[in-house]
Design a protein around this ligand. Structure first.
Ligand code: FAD
Ligand code: FES
Length: 276
């Protein structure tokens, strides 16, 4: 059981929660995640550890309300308990020795990449940050990212904030100016990570992506999170979630994440209808 000690909406569809989990908060490192279950009948879902406070013994998660479980989670208030909260899982992101890096994020990938950008900044890496949202209303963590880098760029699909366009356009401009990175980290929707990797490959810029397949146990046993990486099967929960961006079969990963779309939609409709 993990008690919720803070809950804050960051935008209409993204919520931050701080949860009591002292053992996880002591051990977690950037790039790792938890698997949680809201109630007895609930499915397990993975969420990135967005921050920790080892003194308070808490872990912060930031989640987008997209379906049944994130909806159920968002209905819990401060003082309520999450039934299962397991972690830290996955391999931490490898950042040591990097002098200059670029973090590229899209949508809720912003929450996933925040601990990585922060860890890079804390170890003295010069970080450029490029973040894309559909519109201004959806932007989260702006102040936090700007405190990590003077080179923080925002793009919006509709031009309602800063630059209209895609994150790949800003990254291309920086690369065309001759800027070179020891590593580019791309985190967000699968198509975004695919197109960042296609771009950076042309410039021979090492690129790491954080894969987000459907997961169940998070410990390498169910096989649900499998991906094809360099032609070999890998499990995102134990071999990742970070992988070489040039080695992923993105089209297969995109098809697999949509596998249960109809069932997921129906289950969420049942929850919404039940409460109307
Ligand atoms: C290692 C890892 C870390 C993650 N960290 C975060 C995080 O910090 N914050 C966050 O908001 N989300 C994160 N996710 C995604 C999150 O797990 C899913 O959004 C969640 O499982 C959806 O559950 P649901 O029942 O609410 O929605 P569902 O009803 O299961 O799905 C709703 C819609 O979202 C799509 N979807 C489901 N799972 C995923 C997925 N893994 N990636 C992309 N689309 C998906 C479905 O195809 C469907 O269209 C992470 C995923 C992984 C694998
Ligand atoms: S989630 Fe089951 S093997 Fe990765």
């Amino acid at each position: 059981m993990a008690k919720i000690v803070k809950k804050e909406p960051l935008n209409p569809s993204v919520t931050l929660m701080e949860v009591e989990a002292p053992e996880i908060s002591k051990r977690a490192r950037a790039g790792q995640f938890v698997v949680l279950r809201v109630d007895d009948h609930g499915e397990r879902i993975p969420l990135t550890i967005a921050g920790t406070d080892a003194q308070k013994g808490t872990v912060t998660i930031i989640f987008q309300i997209v379906g049944l479980t994130t909806n159920k989670l968002n209905r819990l208030e401060v003082g309520a308990e999450i039934l299962d909260f397991v972690g830290p899982l996955g391999k931490p992101t490898q950042i040591s020795g990097l002098k200059r890096a670029c973090v590229v994020a899209g949508g809720v990938g912003t929450a996933i990449c925040y601990p990585i950008a922060k860890a890079l900044h804390q170890q003295g890496t010069e970080v450029d940050i490029i973040i894309g949202f559909r519109n201004k209303e959806l932007i989260i963590l702006e102040k936090e990212f700007r405190s990590l880098s003077q080179h923080t760029y925002f793009t919006t699909d509709d031009g309602s904030y800063e630059r209209k366009g895609l994150v790949t356009e800003v990254l291309k401009e920086l690369l065309d100016q001759g800027i070179r990175y020891d590593e580019v980290f791309a985190i967000g929707p699968l198509p975004m990570m695919k197109y960042v990797s296609l771009l950076t490959k042309k410039y021979d810029q090492k690129t790491t992506v954080s894969m987000n397949p459907i997961m169940i146990d998070g410990t390498g046993m169910c096989g649900c999170c499998r991906l094809t990486v360099n032609g070999k099967t890998k499990f995102a929960c134990v071999d990742g979630p970070d992988f070489d961006g040039f080695a992923i079969d993105y089209d297969e990963a995109i098809a697999r994440v949509r596998m249960y779309q109809n069932e997921e939609r129906e289950a969420n409709c049942r929850l919404v209808n039940k409460n109307e």
